[in-house]
Design a protein around this ligand. Structure first.
Ligand code: NDP
Length: 300
């Protein structure tokens, strides 16, 4: 058997896949499948987004129905679950027997409702929460949370691993979305803290590049704090032996005043000060600032 015959038979043995939704993420995913030798059918509301993929060998389906019937395994990469209904409702009769891997992000409740809707139409729904930007697709060091029925997940896991490594969280379809949202809570607020630091630095003539080493070191110290507090919080321990909320309030007020004195936006540090003051009002002055978790567990 020649090398090219081996290559052709490897390509033919790969599972063919449909990708619906070709934003930056869907394009990266369809590209990763092509890279690994899968036959790929694509569909997008704006068909021109498929041009580069078609040049690389993807097949552009003429309709959503055609995209669904082309392959058992269908990847959805849409803005949210509303977009899923908009795309799939007119072709709902073609969902029967398909395995829909929905890598669009949304709330856990909306993913559960979406999964029920797919099942009602005879399909299988796997929820995914992708933890990397499009540049991380196709790399085994990246990972995606999955949840839903275990058996179809395990059947399709080798194909899904063309995108990223997989982390199966359980059968509740909301779990992958929940883990995704837990990460996003931290991502968005951490990045906002970085923008705030850059705005403060800029008010004093410092560039983002100039504060980068200090910013990087500050962020890199965070895992130590996370693991130290995780064990204490899980055992309900908020003692003020290491830090005290009253000290924390003085510190976050220094941050607020530094930012106000510098003439930059105070919205973010004002919210932080407000949370610390609420903790003080709730009687936690002598406790660790981890006691703020107790406040945050209740609807504000
Ligand atoms: P975009 O919002 O840029 O693209 C989404 C796709 O959804 C496009 O193909 C768009 O079609 C389609 N779409 C949206 N609304 C409708 C509708 N009403 N009817 C038909 N099609 C619709 O998202 P991304 O590609 O960036 O991301 C896709 C998903 O992946 C999102 O849920 C996102 O949260 C998630 N994600 C993205 C990351 C990123 O860094 N980009 C990182 C991790 C997760 P059209 O081209 O016609 O506009």
């Amino acid at each position: 058997m020649s090398a090219s015959t081996v290559e052709v038979s490897i390509v033919n043995s790969r599972q063919p896949v449909t990708v619906i939704g070709l934003g930056p993420m869907g394009q990266a995913m369809a590209g990763a499948f092509l890279d690994k030798g899968h036959r790929v059918t694509v569909w997008n509301r704006t068909p021109s987004r498929a041009d580069a993929l078609v040049e690389r060998g993807a097949v552009l389906a003429g309709s959503v129905e055609e995209a669904l019937t082309a392959n058992e395994l269908v990847i959805l990469s849409l803005t949210d679950y509303e977009a899923m209904y908009a795309v799939l409702e007119p072709a709902a009769h073609a969902l029967s027997g398909r395995v829909l891997v929905n890598l669009s992000s949304d709330t856990p409740d909306k993913t559960r409702a979406g999964a029920r809707w797919i099942v009602e139409h005879g399909g299988v729904h796997l929820t995914g929460g992708v933890t990397v930007p499009p540049s991380g697709i196709g790399k085994p060091e990246s990972y995606t949370f999955y949840s839903g029925p275990r058996e179809p997940f395990e059947t399709h896991q080798p194909t899904l691993e063309a995108l990223t490594s997989t982390d199966f969280r359980g059968e509740d379809p909301g779990l992958a979305a929940l883990f995704y949202q837990i990460g996003m809570v931290m991502f968005w607020t951490s990045m906002l803290s970085y923008w705030q630091a850059i705005a403060l630095a800029d008010a004093h003539g410092l560039t983002a590049a100039e504060i980068l080493p200090h910013a990087t070191e500050t962020m890199a110290s965070m895992p130590n704090f996370l693991s130290f507090y995780a064990a204490r919080i899980d055992s309900g321990e908020h003692g003020g032996d290491v830090d005290r909320l009253a000290m924390g309030l003085a510190s976050v007020e220094h941050v607020l005043h530094t930012i106000a004195d510098s003439g930059v936006d105070t919205a973010l540090p004002a919210v932080v000060v407000d949370l610390f003051r609420r903790g003080m009002d709730a009687g936690h002055a002598a406790d660790s600032f981890s006691s703020l978790v107790q406040l945050m567990k209740k609807a504000g």
